[in-house]
Design a protein around this ligand. Structure first.
Ligand SMILES: *Cc1c(COP(=O)(O)O)cnc(C)c1O
Length: 361
């Protein structure tokens, strides 16, 4: 097989250069004769690496100084409960935008920790396909402790490209689009992300938190999920996932070497455009999302006849293009094209799609 391009939604493809470096260093990290997994997280060399990873992430996203950057555990979903417990009181009202499957999970989890979760807006069927209700139609609360949304719905392939204009602090689940393009962090109260799409191994999570929101966690918040405590301890209140942190650090250095988020954003928009343009011109493949709300990271598409889905996936796998099966909730196909997916991967997918349609379409 020539080069393989992995379209998995997550855990997802990592940059080959990063994996190679990790492989080279696996038995002997930093001249220590052991792997990075086998030394203390208090070891000065490890701490230096960990702080450098944080600084690289701050540089990439230009995180303002009044934000804490936390490296946590429990993945994206861990943050579904961490957010309300850290920045809302138990009797608070919180606003959530319900734009897809991940928003739905976040909404249900938040309901365990606050007295009212108000669903402020939803997805609807518009003339140009599925879209998010226009902000003018959102039902916002007067006194929400925060406003939560998921700018990139990984399963549905729906994205909100504009940061909402609301009065409450904005919390964003960026698990599948963090670091995909430049971002104005100062517009947000909390940004969080599970790591396994654009950052590194699963189980790991990042939270970027405006310090202003801290100081009043709910009484029962577990210490490892307590933002303020973790900030005070440099995200080492308990033993962090040292290997994931290390790997994330390599990914941040790789992103810097690629030219940072401006370069990544251009590359990602270009990759997505290639695929959407092809699907839109085709009579055999389709995508039913309003172009203004299309994700640049997760691109679902359907075949004209879903009886061909299996053959499409089998053939793709044989061509070195695994991971294209759509989520079990929505069916069809989905190409997840995170930062690590090179443009050549899109070209390989398109040429396979052309061939498949010619043979079986
Ligand atoms: C993958 C994903 C999650 C869940 O992450 P886990 O690490 O599995 O908890 C949450 N939100 C979004 C948008 C995701 O894509």
């Amino acid at each position: 097989m020539s080069q393989l391009f992995n379209f998995s939604a997550g855990p997802a493809m990592l940059p080959v250069d990063v994996l190679k470096q990790a492989q080279e260093e696996l038995l002997n990290w930093n001249g220590r004769g052991v792997s990075v997994m086998e030394i203390s997280h208090r070891d000065p060399a490890y701490v230096r690496m960990a702080r450098e990873a944080e600084q690289d992430l701050r540089d990439l996203l230009e995180v303002p100084d009044d934000y804490d950057v936390l490296f946590l555990q429990g993945g994206g979903r861990g943050q579904f409960s961490a957010v309300p417990q850290n920045i809302a009181s138990a009797d608070a009202t919180v606003d959530y935008l319900d734009t897809g499957i991940w928003s739905g999970f976040a909404i249900r989890e938040a309901g365990k920790f606050v007295s009212k979760v108000n669903v402020a807006g939803q997805v609807k069927e518009g003339a140009r396909g599925k879209e998010v209700q226009s902000p003018a139609d959102w039902q916002l609360s007067d006194n929400a402790a925060y406003f939560h949304y998921c700018p990139n719905e990984t399963v549905d392939g729906i994205a909100l490209h504009d940061i909402p204009l609301v009065n409450a602090p904005i919390v964003a689940d960026m698990s599948s689009n963090i670091l995909s393009e430049p971002l104005d962090v100062s517009k947000f109260g909390v940004i969080y992300a599970g790591a396994q799409k654009n950052i590194g191994p699963s189980g790991f999570a990042i939270a970027i938190v405006n310090k202003k929101l801290l100081g009043n966690p709910q009484k029962q918040v577990s210490s490892i999920m307590d933002y303020q405590l973790q900030a005070k301890d440099g995200s080492m209140y308990n033993t962090p996932n040292t290997f994931a942190w290390y790997l994330a650090g390599l990914v941040f250095k790789w992103l810097k070497a690629q030219g940072g988020l401006t370069a990544m954003g251009e590359r990602n928009h270009h990759k997505a455009r290639l695929l959407y343009d092809f699907v839109d011109k085709s009579d055999f493949y389709s995508n039913n999302i309003n172009p203004d709300y299309r994700s640049i990271m997760n691109i679902p598409f359907q075949l004209a006849d879903d009886k061909l889905d299996e053959a499409f996936l089998k053939g793709a796998e044989k061509e070195g293009l695994p991971g294209l099966k759509g989520h079990r909730f929505v069916g069809g196909m989905r190409a997840s094209i995170y930062n690590a997916m090179p443009p050549e991967g899109i070209e390989a997918l398109l040429s396979y799609m052309v061939d498949f349609e010619r043979k079986l379409g």
